[in-house]
Design a protein around this ligand. Sequence first.
Ligand SMILES: CCC/C=C/C(=O)SCCNC(=O)CCNC(=O)[C@H](O)C(C)(C)COP(=O)([O-])OP(=O)([O-])OC[C@H]1O[C@@H](n2cnc3c(N)ncnc32)[C@H](O)[C@@H]1OP(=O)([O-])[O-]
Length: 391
Amino acid sequence: HIGFHICPQNIISFYRLIQSFPAVKLHLTGAVMRATEVEFDKAKEHLKTLKNDPGNDTKLRIYALFKQATQGSCSSPKPGMLDFVNKAKWEAWNSLGNISKEDARQKYVDLVGTLISSEAPIQKEATTAGDPKSSYQTLQVTTENNITTILLNRPEKKNAISRKMYEEIMQALEQAGKDDSVLTVMTGSGDYYCSGNDLSNFTQVGAEGVEKLARDSGELLTRYVSHFIDFPKPLIAVVNGPAVGIAVTGLGLFDVVYATDRATFHAPFSQLGQSPEGCSSYTFPKMMGTAKANEILLFNKKLTAAQACDLGLVTEVFPDNTFQQEVWKKLRAYAKLPKDSLRYSKQLIRGMEKEKLHAVNAQECVRLQERWLSEECMNAIMSFFQNKSKL
Ligand SMILES: CCC/C=C/C(=O)SCCNC(=O)CCNC(=O)[C@H](O)C(C)(C)COP(=O)([O-])OP(=O)([O-])OC[C@H]1O[C@@H](n2cnc3c(N)ncnc32)[C@H](O)[C@@H]1OP(=O)([O-])[O-]
């Protein structure tokens, strides 16, 4: 039995403790509450269930309290200057001075309780975002094992990107950029990764005419591509099937691209009377050389996954029957790497090119606004909807 003074801070800790350990009975005697050895053991077990790394300072504090609670005050000699880890541990333990084992035990239980309960709202948020009933209509967004996954979810339209989906992808990227996950993954539901721009976006002409539609589409596309240029942490494409148009060109802005051997990569811009976007007029020639890029961006060459990998557009190709299993195993391992180190490394690599990419994006969108008003483009879209032309 140890002293636990009822002050506002301790009352908060007390409630957190109750929330975290519903099965634990706390012994209250008047104004004094005492943590038992059973509670201490339970806290040890609960600590193992922490999902997020609490950081080095907190880990050192936990270590020190544990040592003090089990062995009493620190009496071992201070480790040498170069023994960084043991020196830091020793200093943390030594800093507790002469506090009693019981006090340390209570502080340990409090600290673990606070850590566990501070994770509760984060997990709830992630579950809500992943709930199919969440606010997204065209996506499913989930966070698990430090990975936020943005699933394009219009399988009946081969995940074609409608206006709503453009907006929702931007929203999901903004959220993923800020959340606690280490990696962000984009993938598709059903047999396609994505069939590119939803061609019906071009048929929704309002009262203000096609010029306004082209201007709005240009503005939407500029914002959309900018979200990929500026995305702050590693972004991975899990290409689960064929990819078309902007779903191919945008891959140059991902950090890693994994593809099933069933995937194909097709950017049929001239066939559609359009021109390249997603910064591909810059990233593709840079990545694969101008001669190879031109076959894809000018002459509509459809690539197999193996060809895309040889050209540097895809990082690795997996057999379709083991694709999901192999890729997710790899990603789960990557997601255990230090979050900030990954984020800053990605930003360094991207930082070299950011300005250039924004300039390319702006130019591509200006050209596309002109293309969308061209007869070549209008004929191609009419032809698709009259079922005369499929890719
Ligand atoms: C803005 C920035 C510039 C961007 C440029 C690009 O991305 S350029 C690249 C632009 N992309 C293209 O040009 C691709 C055009 N799409 C195709 O050529 C073919 O659909 C396919 C080869 C992707 C799949 O052929 P398949 O025989 O396996 O399947 P299916 O045809 O039966 O499709 C099932 C349903 O999905 C529908 N749907 C699919 N994709 C789109 C779409 N993008 N749009 C609208 N709808 C689309 C399709 O109409 C059908 O609807 P329904 O009749 O059930 O109501």
